[in-house]
Write a protein that binds this ligand. Structure first.
Ligand SMILES: [Fe+2]
Length: 235
């Protein structure tokens, strides 16, 4: 991709290829011909604008935003971090959306028929907007591993899906966050679709500073939009 004024081209040393053949769905939807590069215009350099007013006060707390009769089951965790641009400057007013299965490894979605219980107090979706120093924070339940049929006995490592609306369409990011020390990571075709040197950018770090005593462990997951150290994009 040609360089666009103000943005570095996508770094293919960090990002998965469009076609990662070990991921069974990829050959069905990856482009089979070279991409057609359109000239960039104001459309690509601007994006939707979100502010703190756009989200409700419980939207960031997945342990409460869908609760009907009490707390959801599982290990309560805090996931927090900073969103920065490729020059390391924090970016305010970035909408982050997350979705994940419950502690048993099941999504609250009609397409998920995994033989594991739903949790009446957990939907598994939330959102928040970065503050003036680019910081975000979610409270949630540690997601369980789940089988996914990619190959015989295939299990996804615990992960949280992230979507970010950056300040332009070029900084739109959809990615996944993983947990440190998960033995399923080395078996996962999606995680392993990311070039080796960049995989750790997708693994959160346990943080005692983010943890709250007697209440919840904290994980630090920083996200960088575009550039050599950008968080790898899900393709
Ligand atoms: Fe998932």
């Amino acid at each position: 991709m040609p360089e666009i004024e103000g943005f570095s081209p996508r770094d293919w040393d960090s990002h998965p290829l469009n076609l990662s053949p070990d991921y069974k769905s990829a050959p069905l939807r990856a482009p089979k011909k070279p991409l057609v590069i359109f000239p960039q215009s104001l459309t690509e350099l601007t994006g939707p604008v979100f502010g703190q007013d756009a989200v409700g006060h419980l939207d960031h707390d997945l342990t409460k935003n869908a609760a009907r009769s009490g707390e959801p089951y599982g290990e309560r965790i805090i996931v927090a971090g900073t969103v920065k641009d490729e020059d390391g400057n924090p970016i305010p007013n970035i909408l982050l959306e997350v979705w994940q299965p419950n502690a048993a490894g099941r999504y609250d979605h009609a397409d998920d028929q995994h033989d594991a219980p739903l949790d009446p107090n957990f939907l598994g979706a939330g959102r928040c907007v970065t503050d003036q120093v680019g910081h975000y924070r979610f409270i949630t339940i540690k997601p369980g591993a789940y089988p996914w049929g990619n190959h015989f006995n295939a299990w996804r490592p615990s992960h949280i899906h992230f979507s970010l609306f950056g300040p332009s369409i070029l900084t739109r990011l959809v990615t996944q966050m993983y947990f440190p020390g998960d033995p399923l990571l080395e078996l996962d075709p999606i995680f392993n679709g990311v070039p080796t040197a960049a995989r750790n950018l997708l693994v959160a770090k346990l943080s005692i500073d983010i943890s709250e005593p007697e209440w919840a462990l904290g994980y630090d997951f920083n996200i960088q939009l575009r550039g050599r150290t950008a968080t790898p994009m899900e393709t």
